[in-house]
Design a protein around this ligand. Structure first.
Ligand code: KG4
Ligand code: ZN
Length: 341
């Protein structure tokens, strides 16, 4: 079954052609240069850019996979959560293609796709833990099986990626700040500045990033703002941001007894996180699966992976499926119609 998957929930437009657990092509149109002068994603510009690049990106993906539109067996697209205008561009395009080609359509939840994205390159037994670390999410789930998720923990304020991006902006780094802080931290001393460990009393698996972000901002104001200070602050902030995640994982293991973990989302590219997880897995016998960086950030291959799973079971979505800017990841998404219903 050849699936065309579209991911357009934020500022990246990505097309993937996927067959039998293989990525035949993955083509993304990045908008970093468009949003960079504004220090963050401008929603109106993001959806307009998607409109401009959607047809050329599709052509590119078909060419690289060496197939024609008529060879496709199904069309998938992100339907939630994200920037509503951006989602609508990809979702409407996918539904129109499905209607014109008379091929099934399925809408995929962006967070479900991140959560399962490590399975693009490896295998994991269920139940396991799943951690999504992105610009909008810092969410920890228990995954009992594909489609069956229980939210165990999350941030009570900023997402980890959002905190990286905001601190990057404060330090005068280009957007997005996450990869810049990662790079700059290699030149800095992570022990130079000490931050207080944030405690969320209501739930030991809940975390908080807004206090750390504010503390980093006020510290920066009090400094001379030299290059050495910038690198030391980046490294110290990153150290605490990742230690918060490491502690969340330890506590989740303790609570659930599960030592298998999938980690995904843009922040899963972070080198300090990847090294720390390796240490944690070696020392505590954790089985941890992370995608390669190209599958950590937003991409259509993860949409195709989840679509493939549901389509094989004969599950599709109706063509009147709406786009949602926010929608919690459910136990079984109501947007899908199984063959028996
Ligand atoms: O998953 P993603 O591509 O988009 C969302 O769904 O949000 O994640 C984007 C986030 C941004 O906040 C970006 O700064 C962060 O991932 N990010 C990183 C790194 N690479 C991307 N954060 C820390 N270190 C990195 N190497
Ligand atoms: Zn994402």
């Amino acid at each position: 079954m050849k699936i065309l998957a579209i991911e357009s929930s934020c500022d990246d437009l990505s097309f993937c052609i996927y067959e039998d657990k293989k990525v035949l092509s993955l083509v993304s149109a990045s908008q970093t240069e468009v949003h960079s002068p504004f220090g963050g994603v401008v929603p109106e510009l993001a959806s307009r850019e998607h409109l401009n690049s959607i047809v050329p990106t599709l052509k590119n993906a078909l060419e690289q996979a060496k197939i024609k539109l008529s060879d496709l067996d199904a069309i998938a697209a992100t339907y939630a959560p994200g920037l509503i205008g951006s989602i609508l561009v990809g979702l409407s395009f996918a539904k129109a293609l499905s209607y014109a080609l008379k091929k099934p359509f399925i809408g995929i939840h962006h967070i479900e796709a991140h959560l399962l994205s490590p399975l693009l390159e490896g295998e994991m037994d269920f139940p396991c833990l799943g951690l999504v670390l992105s610009g909008g999410h810092t969410h920890l789930y228990k995954i009992s099986s594909i489609g069956n998720y229980e939210l165990l923990g999350k941030t009570v304020d900023d997402a980890i990626g959002e905190a990286f991006d905001k601190v990057g902006k404060i330090l005068g780094l280009p957007y997005p700040g996450g990869p810049e802080i990662d790079r700059l931290s290699t030149q800095g001393n992570p022990k130079r500045f000490q931050f207080t460990f944030p405690i969320v009393k209501s739930n030991p698996l809940y975390v908080s990033y807004s206090g750390l972000k504010t503390a980093a901002a006020s510290l920066w104001e009090s400094l001379q703002k030299t290059d050495v200070e910038r690198a030391d602050l980046a490294a110290s902030f990153q150290e605490m941001a990742i230690r918060i995640i490491e502690r969340m994982i330890e506590r989740a293991q303790h609570k659930t007894g599960l030592s298998r973990l999938l980690v995904s989302g843009g922040v899963a590219c972070n080198n300090r996180l990847r090294q720390g997880l390796k240490r944690q897995s070696d020392a505590q016998g954790f089985q941890i699966l992370l995608p390669s960086p190209r599958y950590c950030t937003d991409n259509a291959a993860m949409i195709a992976l989840v679509a493939d799973f549901y389509l094989r079971k004969g599950i599709v979505s109706p063509l009147d499926l709406d786009a949602y800017d926010s929608q919690p990841l459910g136990v079984f998404p109501s947007n899908r119609i199984s063959p028996t219903s």
